[in-house]
Design a protein around this ligand. Sequence first.
Ligand SMILES: Nc1ncnc2c1ncn2[C@@H]1O[C@H](COP(=O)(O)OP(=O)(O)OP(=O)(O)O)[C@@H](O)[C@H]1O
Length: 319
Amino acid sequence: MIVLEDVVKRYGDHVAVDGLTLTARPGVVTGFLGPNGAGKSTSLRVLLGLDRPDRGTALVAGVPYASLRAPLHLVGALLDARAVAPRRGARPHLLALARSNGISARRVDEVLGLCGLEAVAERPAGGYSLGMAQRLGIAAALLGDPPVLVLDEPVNGLDPDGIIWIRELLRGLAAEGRTVLLSSHLMSEMAVTAEDLVVVGRGRLVAQTTVRAVVEAADEGGVLVRTPDAGAFATLLRARGLSARAEGGEVVRVRGTRTDEVGEIAAAHRVTLLELSPQRATLEEAYLRLTRGAVQFRGAPGRAPEAPRGPRAGARAAA
Ligand SMILES: Nc1ncnc2c1ncn2[C@@H]1O[C@H](COP(=O)(O)OP(=O)(O)OP(=O)(O)O)[C@@H](O)[C@H]1O
């Protein structure tokens, strides 16, 4: 269990974390979300005793991290994958960590295997790709077989195989009863990895909830239909009081209803349906609504880059 209670952290005049209370419970992956600068990393640093809060408490399994003698047995953390001595290989790096926490060399080899690092175990970590560095950070977090894991953006830099690997790893670790707190900006990944959610904005709690509840709350009921005469079917649906719009081709989009109702109307009027599917809100849409007022850094509206000029333009555009 992870508990932050009324945590405040200031840097000079800037309040990075502003009275934040949250929990992450055992047995599930808890996603930690928030716009850039919302205070996620700062909260994790406070939790891991790397920053002292100006107010409030942060407890892991009921105790402050700083009071732990061999913390790797209780908490595995990945905050910054590049924070490794660049000349050291994965194995020597993990061996040094293991030794300081009374962990065997056999466990080091186990986690190297688990994280797919055996082939590069002696190569200097400074030459690792970001994905390999992330794997090393995850290996270090798993070293003490801890019941609590805290991972800040562990998916960064991983290739599709790596993303699936970490998704299954984290879900498996949670299913064993561990507490897993995971920050990421990848909403599609969070949607399939996390069960609980903590959303922060401008240092404050926006929501402590579940992925399912957030998505359901944002779901306004939408149905997509494909039918040979989209215009006629949209007119029919509107005559029945539904909000329906024919789009190009065979597509009709209907708002504020379910597939059952649309299917029954089609059947009653002997309309051929080529497709009838619910359009659910995504976690990304739900998240964007939740944090609308809490985004601090926003880019200008997107503009397509200008077409490249010159003799190599085609090659560059295709690259
Ligand atoms: N050591 C520091 N000194 C001064 N300000 C800091 C420091 N660390 C963080 N901040 C500020 O605190 C705020 C919260 O930063 P933090 O890194 O915790 O946000 P975050 O939610 O992790 O953001 P991101 O998603 O961009 O990683 C930001 O405004 C940041 O600039």
